[in-house]
Design a protein around this ligand. Structure first.
Ligand SMILES: [Zn+2]
Length: 280
């Protein structure tokens, strides 16, 4: 085995355009999870744009019921602006891209086409097509969908947390299941349930966006790119970027959410792992 230090692959020259869509079939879950998910998306974006802009993130909200809370949105935009000032060393914030809401009637009409064989499931490949038709996106656009349903697993799997699709298996369109990341789905009592889901989603977003940027997996269990993340709990330990990915972001990550999980957390240097220990 070689012990020589690996050279990270070069990143794309300009910011990579990535599209993130929240898809809710269940109004209760939309209300409960949307604020926390929007914060997680903002954090993943701030992480990659720390120091310089590496991604351009476009946001879409797709729901069969209108559940936008305007006051919450305002708090969100304000918090995102202050986070930007902090990471950019006090520069004036770029306008925070708004969440584009897809028309409810349209969503109601086409979302059922992505229904899976069983209740509460969706066919990931169909969902990608439906979201593309609702947003006007399509290959080769890079799209990550977060959905409040289980994804019909590929043959040979019992369940999947996320799966990627795309023509010729280029994997540029992905679906992540919020349900599979929810401790309640596994009958686990978690007093910080929403904070747990937020942390897992943030790690997954960083992983999936990094994948689109060409970052490779590694052997570091605390790193977002740990090769052996294969169940919801394994994401609880991924809290920062390890070596050999993007040098300027090495060691940066996020502490576990505490307090209001809808508040946008700052980027941490050498964040604390579960149980409060500082990593070395
Ligand atoms: Zn790593």
């Amino acid at each position: 085995m070689s012990t020589a230090a690996q050279t990270p692959p070069p990143l794309p020259a300009g910011p990579l355009s990535v599209h993130v869509a929240l898809v809710f079939r269940d109004q209760k879950k939309d209300k409960e999870m949307s604020p926390m998910l929007r914060a997680a998306v903002a954090e993943a974006e701030a992480f990659y744009n720390s120091g310089r802009q590496r991604i351009q993130l476009n946001r879409y909200s797709i729901s069969e019921t209108p559940a936008t809370d305007v006051s919450r949105e305002w708090v969100f935009v304000t918090a995102a602006a202050s986070l930007w000032r902090a990471v950019s060393g006090g520069a004036e914030p770029r306008p925070q891209p708004a969440w584009q809401n897809v028309e409810v009637e349209k969503a109601k009409e086409v979302l059922p086409q992505s229904r899976g064989q069983f209740t509460g499931t969706c066919d990931g490949e169909h969902l990608v097509k439906v979201v593309c038709s609702l947003t006007g996106l399509g290959p080769p656009d890079k799209l990550i969908i977060l959905v409040d349903q289980k994804i019909v697993p590929p043959e040979g799997y019992i369940y999947v947390i996320g799966n990627s699709y795309g023509p010729e298996n280029d994997k540029h369109q992905s679906v992540i299941s919020l349900t599979q990341l929810d401790p309640a789905h596994w009958n686990i009592r978690d007093p910080k349930r929403l904070a747990t889901i937020k942390h897992r989603i943030r790690s997954l977003l960083i992983l999936y966006i990094g994948d689109l940027l060409g970052l490779k997996s590694c052997h570091d269990p605390a790193c977002f790119f740990y090769e052996a993340v294969d169940n919801p709990e394994s994401f609880d330990a991924t809290i920062r970027l390890g070596a050999d990915h993007i040098d300027e972001l090495m060691g940066k990550g996020f502490n576990l959410p505490s307090g209001d999980e809808a508040v946008i957390q700052p980027i941490a240097d050498n964040p604390k792992a579960k149980g409060g220990q500082q990593l070395v």
